[in-house]
Design a protein around this ligand. Structure first.
Ligand code: HMG
Length: 412
């Protein structure tokens, strides 16, 4: 293939958007209340803060907020397809994508649907988007990955919760990253983490899930390396699915070992861990929030550098793939907005976090208005006749943590 044809078929990320809930809880405080040594969470798990969605936020509002940023630089009338990846969907039939399509005022001709395979759903969406754009290069596909990670209060999984959303526009005019065409994949029917329809929290065999994650990494890397001909040294940075940042350190060590390296170089992953350390697991969004953290946080110019990426979804399906950072990528990123997003978040006491966690919407079809908390541009205003009601938020709500908890207690 000559250079001109390669340029014509290059497909990748044209724009990115990231959104995190406005509230968080400190894992030091959680450790104190749970009677755990704080270093277990800070060092053993590698997490500092955990994003907590307000009762008037869900994956639709999280995702719409992230997409708003991604669409700032793109003509939204050109969006051909919206793929919403989540494992914390709000309806068994109607896709979160349809609500989001409406909130974002996307064209009626834009196809909109939801995909699921645990944390790997976003990567399945990406593969689909790459194929759709390669088939018709004028297409632009908006991928939204949004999730709320929930385990039981007081369980081993609790400090690995979190929430967030990442949106990306995939097109044949990539400005941030172009993806390589060779991928490695791995599927195996395992019960490491799952959530039956009747539960709001995941069931997890934590230690086993780590083993399966590492096995899936070895298997998908092997196929990727075989088919692409790339070796470890062809990659300047590595991003991993991040249930917690310590997992990436374990994975990076294993990848080094698989490639005959005696030590792994943590500087190849560390900038990619920064956002997740203060957000927590965001399931489908987590790998791509890690990529955003890397690209926005690295002082070195990464133009032309290849980034290796590992996506893992429990159950399980995994993928290994890579992309090359494009010239001028920095002008299309928003590191300053991230500083603002993170620095203006509101800390919750553990008690207020638990009240948020326990908030439930009525299940009998009655009308209920959700108390207004701090959100992004969209909020879940309530439910009526089993229908979810969304609205643009005024952004005037400034609920203090104690007040937030009280609202929820009253609402319940
Ligand atoms: P646990 O039982 O609390 O942890 O569960 P532990 O006792 O094994 O301790 C964790 C680490 O902290 C250990 O280090 C301890 O030594 C260390 P390691 O052996 O791993 O090197 N530690 C300390 N370090 C410093 N100072 C101390 C101290 N005490 C202990 N004082 C577990 C941990 C991650 C299993 C739990 O939180 C969990 O079940 N989380 C949820 C599952 C999960 O995240 N799995 C990851 C792989 S699966 C995946 O990524 C998919 C997922 O995102 C879902 C999807 O695909 O949709 C989860």
């Amino acid at each position: 293939m000559n250079e001109q044809m390669q340029a014509e078929t290059r497909v990748g990320i044209e724009a990115l958007g990231l959104y995190v809930p406005r509230y968080y809880v400190s894992l030091n405080e959680l450790a104190a209340v749970r009677g755990v040594d704080p270093n277990k969470f800070a060092v053993g798990i590698g997490q500092e803060l955990m994003a907590v969605p307000a009762p008037d936020e869900d994956v639709v509002t999280l995702g719409a907020n992230a997409a708003l940023e991604a669409l700032e630089q793109v003509d939204r009338s050109q969006i051909d397809t919206l793929i919403f990846a989540t494992e914390s969907g709000v309806d068994q039939s109607k896709a979160a994508a349809i609500y989001t399509h409406h909130l974002l005022d996307l064209p009626r001709r834009c196809k909109s649907f939801e995909v699921k395979q645990a944390c790997c759903g976003s990567t399945a969406a990406l593969q689909m988007a790459l194929a759709m754009v390669a088939q018709k290069p004028t297409r632009k596909v908006l991928i939204i990955a949004a999730d709320v990670a929930r385990y039981g209060l007081g369980t081993a999984g609790e400090p690995t919760q979190g929430a967030g959303a990442l949106a990306m526009v995939v097109s044949s005019q990539p400005r941030i990253m172009a993806f390589d065409s060779e991928w490695g994949s791995y599927t195996e029917d395992v019960m490491d983490f799952w959530r039956p329809n009747y539960l709001d929290e995941a069931v997890v065999d934590g230690k086993y899930s780590i083993k399966v994650y590492l096995k899936a990494l070895a298997e998908s890397w092997a196929q990727y390396a075989e088919e692409s001909g790339f070796d470890h040294a062809d990659h300047s940075r590595f991003c991993y699915h991040l249930p917690f940042t310590r997992m990436a350190e374990k994975a990076h060590r294993q990848l080094a070992k698989l490639n005959g390296l005696e030590v792994s170089d943590d500087t190849q992953i560390e900038e990619g861990l920064r956002y997740n350390r203060i957000i927590g697991n965001s399931y489908t969004a987590s790998l791509y929030i890690g990529l955003t953290s890397l690209l926005e946080g690295t002082t070195e110019d990464l133009t032309g550098h290849r980034v290796g990426m590992f996506s893992y979804g429990s159950g399980c399906m995994a993928a290994y793939f890579s992309g090359v950072v494009l010239p001028g990528y920095r002008t299309h990123l928003r590191p300053n907005r991230r500083v603002e997003q993170f620095e203006t978040r509101v800390p919750l006491t553990v008690e207020a976090y638990e009240a948020f966690y326990q908030h439930e919407l009525p299940r009998d079809g009655s009308r209920y208005l959700t108390p207004q908390h701090e959100t992004g541009h969209f909020r879940l205003s309530g439910v009526q006749d089993h229908k979810r009601l969304y609205e643009r938020a005024s952004r005037s709500a400034k609920a203090a943590p104690a007040h937030a908890a009280q609202d929820v207690a009253l609402a319940g």
